[in-house]
Design a protein around this ligand. Structure first.
Ligand SMILES: *Cc1c(COP(=O)(O)O)cnc(C)c1O
Length: 412
């Protein structure tokens, strides 16, 4: 038997069925027409946003990193709930504008931006977080040609990285940002060229569950950007401090405690270096806001035995939930939280529990949704729910693999 991650505490059962946004899974699937189906709960996202706002100093703005989940209805709804949006492509820029985000709320990072993407950002007045001297030069040239001053910030590749972070995005050689020792010269160049100078962006990691690691990183970001501003003798109108707030995916992961992060930031803000006295601060969060709000629902197509192992074969798989299959940046495959969605709550009572492996419908041994887990006895037609499916699910999985096509999606 292998453990599964913790089912987010937000979910409850009604008549033995998992309920999302007040509706039972069978009602949701009837409404959507079929499985596989991603359901995203507004209520849970709103609760995460409220928790972040309650814990953080008022001075800090909350941005959503849209690559976590760009589902258009979700994006439209979240536009009124957050203060800004972080995008990473021209395609995301179009989706963000369609969803109602204003250009001044949007900042655009990403290590490889085409000229036409730079041009779209400059023409609309979106902030570009430039990631190299070459990119800054191209942006300035496009601005000159169009007769507009581009809004430019520098993405810094810091010399440190976030301790315990799931995915490292800073420290040492990186394709992201500009090495810190070269930042002051470029900041000077940008300001002297007459661009709208916006300040700095420092993103040093993702999926951290240790609040102290985040506290240390934020203190380092503040110290570093103050030093860079002093060296370059430029103001810092805006500082995007990154994010990295993680969620519990696996057994023994515990929810991130926001209180110590907010308290430490409050202290930092009370004694800011002079370069940052008038700075607007932002954090950018993706999975923390939306990850636990999503459930991936699949239907069991077959139940079979092989050499003593019981397999539940579902109509879903890694083509929609690559991360849960263990093939999206993990070294060792571990089980996401899963449940039989129409027998929800029975796990707790241990009723008719059995050990099974849940697989997808793809013809590859990589297509596993849960290995050797204890679930209530389930048959063909029952539904398997995979939790923590609200971030890096539908849009981060190869939906066309094996001719399967996309899953249904729904915001409730
Ligand atoms: C991916 C990314 C994020 C969001 O990361 P999460 O782990 O989902 O919070 C934020 N900022 C940048 C620059 C990113 O690349």
């Amino acid at each position: 038997m292998k453990p599964t991650g913790p089912i987010p505490a937000d979910f409850a059962a009604k008549d033995g069925e998992l309920v999302i946004g007040g509706k039972t899974v069978s009602a949701l699937v009837r409404e959507a027409g079929d499985t596989p189906l991603f359901v995203y709960s507004r209520e849970i996202i709103a609760a995460r946003i409220a928790a972040v706002r309650a814990a953080m100093p008022e001075r800090i703005a909350l941005h959503y990193a849209m690559k976590a989940n760009p589902y258009p209805p979700l994006l439209e709804w979240i536009a009124d709930e957050v203060d800004g949006l972080d995008i990473a492509s021209g395609g995301e820029l179009e989706q963000a504008r369609t969803a109602g985000f204003l250009p001044r709320e949007i900042s655009f990072a990403g290590p490889g931006k085409r000229d036409r993407e730079l041009e779209a950002a400059i023409a609309t007045g979106v902030t570009l977080n430039v990631e190299s001297e070459g990119e800054a030069k191209r942006a300035l040239k496009i601005g000159e040609r169009r007769g507009v001053a581009p809004r430019l910030a520098i993405r810094v590749n810091p010399g440190f990285e976030m301790r315990g972070s799931g995915m490292k995005m800073g420290g040492g050689a990186k394709p992201f940002g500009i090495d810190e020792d070269r930042v002051p010269a470029l900041a000077r160049t940008i300001v002297d060229a007459g661009a709208q100078w916006r300040g700095f962006h420092v993103y040093s990691g993702s999926q951290a569950l240790d609040p102290q690691a985040i506290v240390e990183t934020q203190a380092q970001v503040i110290a570093l950007t103050a030093k860079l501003a002093d060296e370059a003798d430029v103001p810092v109108p805006h500082l995007n401090m990154g994010g990295g707030f993680g969620i519990p995916y696996f057994s023994r992961d515990t929810p991130l405690d926001l209180a110590p992060i907010g308290d430490a930031l409050e202290q930092q803000f009370a004694q800011l270096p002079s370069a940052l006295q008038d700075t607007q601060f932002a954090i950018e969060l993706g999975r923390y806001l939306v990850g636990e709000a999503g459930v991936y629902l699949t239907t069991i197509l077959d139940r079979k035995e092989s050499h003593g192992v019981t397999y539940l074969v579902t109509d879903g798989g890694l083509h929609h939930q690559l991360a849960a299959s263990g093939n999206f940046g993990t070294v060792v495959r571990r089980n996401y939280p899963v449940a039989i969605a129409n027998r929800f709550g029975e796990e707790a009572t241990g009723q008719a529990s059995e050990e099974v492996s849940v697989v997808g419908c793809l013809c590859t041994p990589l297509d596993r949704l849960a290995d050797n887990v204890a679930l209530p006895r389930a048959d063909v037609g029952d539904m398997v729910a995979v939790f923590c499916a609200g971030a890096y699910g539908a849009s981060a999985s190869p939906a066309t693999f094996l001719g399967q096509g996309p899953a249904h999606e729904m915001l409730v």
